[in-house]
Design a protein around this ligand. Sequence first.
Ligand SMILES: Nc1ncnc2[nH]cnc12
Ligand SMILES: [Zn+2]
Length: 339
Amino acid sequence: MTDDLIRALPKAELHLHIEGSLEPEMVFRLADRHGVALAYDSVDALRAAYDFHDLQSFLDLYYAGADVLRDEADFYDMTRAYLARAAADGVVHSEIFFDPQTHTARGIGFDVFMPGMLRALADGERELGVSAKLILCFLRHLSADDAMATLDAALPWRDAICAVGLDSSERGHPPSKFTAVFDRARALGLLTVAHAGEEGPPAYIVEALDLLKVRRIDHGVRCVEDGALVERLAREQVPLTVCPLSNVKLCVFERAADHNLKTLLERGLCVTVNSDDPAYFGGYVADNYRAMQTALSLSDAQIVQLARNSITASFADDDAKARWLAQIDEVAQRFGVAG
Ligand SMILES: Nc1ncnc2[nH]cnc12
Ligand SMILES: [Zn+2]
């Protein structure tokens, strides 16, 4: 019953790395297409290697996996496959992260990956009814100058990009390193988000808010270590894009039952549920809702609240938000969930 509710609720996905949606089967298909040699001899062997002990151990495999993305069709196929999978979970809107530096460093430019992704988004909207936006992420383990050069290279594609974000290895790379590039992005009219408080300390969340002027915090689960920060996040209704299965796979929490999502929700934060890198962490968005419902005994009303939060926290226009929120009310009523 709750399973049907989760799937039936219109949801926005706000924390999804498109390169992290590259399933092992597609890694092998694209490697075959381009004659790329892989370090694993089967899909099963590759999937078996997805046994991580922290963020960096994942990132090493994630960047290696992205090396099979070589031409426009590869970016199209990856993006179109994600949208189909998300639509099957009841996702009506997705704000998709992409990592240009992972590709430009290999000689693959914006003129390759942008057309591929944008063609898939157009087809996904027309054929699946999923609306989508793109968020350009800077890799924080690289220099601020490299991030600025990446923003320059993105200028011809400005109108296809909704926001900039910050991802990759968090510890030792505070948001403050990127103040100038985020200032410039905002001057260009781009919105801002940042990964903070996944592995890094609560102070990184404060920096992301105060220096990068972010509209949402990606992950943010370590905010609980700072009571004043939790109160601020609740007061200002700063959305957190939480990724439960990711957090367990990367050992941020030992078990799903240890996750603080329910605590944050009950303390009045605008928590959302997302899949992060679904091909690597064992589940798409509905799997993440289901994992939290099971492990934390979330009520149906809390499931509905999470879906509502995903819509209100999105960068979609107000008319679309109002339409989806009305649909959520209808679904909640149909399932007998008190409003
Ligand atoms: N969970 C995550 N944290 C930081 N960078 C990432 N890049 C892809 N997934 C990420
Ligand atoms: Zn992420």
